[in-house]
Write a protein that binds this ligand. Structure first.
Ligand code: FES
Length: 570
């Protein structure tokens, strides 16, 4: 029996309702036959000139439309709020859940049978996937692709170099003029950050989950093959509607386990954990933060990409891209997970080849054996914290040092370069109140800069701990996502300068050397910093956001409401 399309509940109606649903659409010059049972495909577009990483999406949407039309579908493009990582204040993460609500309600409320999600800059991927999961109709992701590799004085550069350049400027090793030249050479084309930062990790995540066509993760935005992939995705989503291949068919527990293992092999972003937990929560997969460690621990680093390695996403593409890496680690993967093109993950990579062993390692000779994510527990992080060993300094994996505590981001900015700051190469920098509720929005400030007086002595890394996040392009021995966060009054909240902190990455612990009685005494005297946000979205956010170890989603958004709309207004 032929499936009755969801869109026909609008366009298939007779009388006044059908008249209204169709007549206003016809002002766009759409002939009557388009409404007679063609799959209506929404193109969810995060194009914005304020989101430079997604600024080519109107063109990309045209390629998707061509594919939809060729396959007999009816394309309709719609905008949603777009989050540009570099411009949005106070932090794009504050709005991830808001965008997911925009996406969810836009899909459900409209006559759509399938959706193409155009994702690029960091938060534009998880927010769109989260929203779509809560509706659960056939959905495919098209990523915008990475930028071409940056160039500065004959060398390749990418976003991870920003921290090196600015430290060099502060240490007097680089001039303002040189920094300006690097700035001009960094972003040479459309696309998202060219390293294995959060945007690239998200693109790999959707491909390894099976939500995109193969090779989606690495084709550069400027490569004509990116448009080819967009057109093929447009063709495919129409078939997915006919097959009724929904997100819940693809996003199984096994698919999530594959994505976690792939993130370990690519040296993916720490933000991956927070976003994947949120996506799992929307589609009803019970996933815990500790599983990220368990599943990642045996996976070596296979991709030599910044910030864990040396190369860039463009190099990754030319070396064979994600399919070549998947083939290399296939012994770790579930093979039978169905993907957006209707084939299994294994079928998609089985013919893949690696063309450059400097970029994608072979399993018998990986780049290193440090995982991309380790989960810590201890009296400073009862619910967990994360660190990225593959981008940290091995000599600091087991380290004890005295805390230098900053109570909030303003305190940190005021004092980090104070010549009297009691800091040396053994110190542990601590930044509080940058968590989901406390900031609010959990900004990417966890990789605090090294104090200038230590830079002058040649110190390149320190243990740094916070309840905030770090850019996926960042690196260093940085403990992040401490849960419970400082604003909730746990042990982390009462940490003081001079306390002895011990990090043990192999043992997966983070502790402060204080007796329980002293911690209790301090907690009894502790008072939260005032949060004087009385209205609007931010008020909703601080009242409903969950802790980092749960994905920082709103509790009331967990799960989904499906695609059914029981009432109409005409
Ligand atoms: Fe958009 Fe890095 S700023 S991906």
């Amino acid at each position: 029996m032929k499936k009755v399309l969801r869109s026909q509940e609008w366009f298939g109606k007779k009388g006044k309702d059908g008249f209204i649903y169709r007549a206003w659409m016809k002002n766009q010059g759409i002939p009557a036959y388009e409404f007679e049972g063609k799959p209506v495909i929404g193109i969810c577009n995060t194009w914005s000139e304020l989101t430079p990483c997604n600024s080519h999406f109107r063109e990309l949407a045209q390629s998707v439309k061509r594919g939809i039309l060729q396959a007999g579908g009816f394309p309709v493009e719609f905008p949603v709020m777009s989050l540009g990582e570099t411009l949005i204040k106070p932090t794009a993460m504050l709005y991830r859940n808001l965008v997911s609500m925009d996406v969810e309600e836009s899909i459900r409320a409209n006559p759509l049978d399938g959706v193409v999600l155009l994702c690029g800059c960091d938060k534009t991927t998880p927010s769109l996937v989260m929203g779509a999961c809560s509706v659960n109709i056939p959905t495919i992701v098209v990523s915008g692709g990475p930028m071409l590799t940056g160039k500065f004085r004959g060398k390749d550069i990418g976003t991870s170099d920003i921290w090196r350049f600015t430290d060099d400027l502060r240490a007097g090793l680089m001039t303002e003029e040189e920094l300006n030249m690097a700035e001009a050479g960094m972003c040479r084309s459309h696309g998202h950050c060219a390293v294995m930062g959060t945007a690239s990790s998200m693109a790999c995540m959707v491909e390894s989950l099976g939500l995109s066509l193969p090779e989606n993760a690495a084709i550069p935005a400027a490569d004509s093959n990116r448009k080819v992939l967009a057109q093929l995705s447009g063709k495919r989503i129409v078939q997915m509607v006919h097959e009724d291949l929904k997100l819940s068919d693809i996003l199984t527990r096994k698919a999530f386990e594959n994505a976690i293992k792939v993130n370990a092999a690519i040296g993916g972003s720490t933000n991956f954990a927070i976003h994947l937990l949120a996506i799992a929560g929307r589609i009803g997969i019970d996933l815990s933060l500790d599983e990220f460690d368990n599943l990642s621990a045996s996976i070596p680093l296979m991709a030599n990409l910044q910030p864990s390695g040396s190369f860039f996403m463009e190099d990754f593409c030319y070396a064979g891209g994600l399919p070549a890496l998947l083939k290399e680690i296939e012994s770790f993967l579930h093979h039978d997970c169905i993907t957006a093109n209707g084939k299994t993950l294994q079928e998609n990579y089985t013919k893949a080849r690696c063309y450059n062993r400097e970029v994608i390692a072979s399993l018998d000779k990986p780049f290193n054996n440090f995982p991309a994510l380790a989960v810590l527990h201890g009296n400073l992080c009862e619910n967990g914290a994360v660190i990225k060993p593959s981008a940290a300094s091995p000599h600091l994996f087991q380290h004890s040092g005295k805390a230098v505590v900053f109570e909030n981001i303003e305190d940190y900015k005021l004092r980090i370069d104070d010549p009297d700051l009691p800091v040396d190469e053994n110190s542990v920098l601590v930044l509080k109140n940058v968590g989901p509720k406390g900031y609010p929005g959990m900004p990417e400030v966890g990789n605090m800069t090294i104090p200038v007086k230590l830079l002058a002595k040649g110190v390149k890394d320190l243990v740094r701990i916070s309840d905030g996040r770090m850019s996926g392009t960042g690196f260093g021995t940085v403990v992040l996502h401490i849960s419970p966060e400082a604003t909730l009054g746990g042990n982390f909240s009462v940490l003081q300068t001079g306390d002895l902190i011990t990090l043990d990455v192999p043992g997966r612990t983070l502790n402060v050397d204080l007796p329980e009685e002293e911690l209790s005494r301090r907690k009894n005297q502790w008072k939260p910093l005032p949060l004087d946000i009385e209205r609007g979205y931010v008020n909703l956010y601080i009242n409903h956001v969950e802790q980092a170890h749960l994905g920082a989603d709103f509790g009331f958004l967990k799960g989904g409401s499906g695609s059914k709309v029981s009432r109409d207004s005409h």
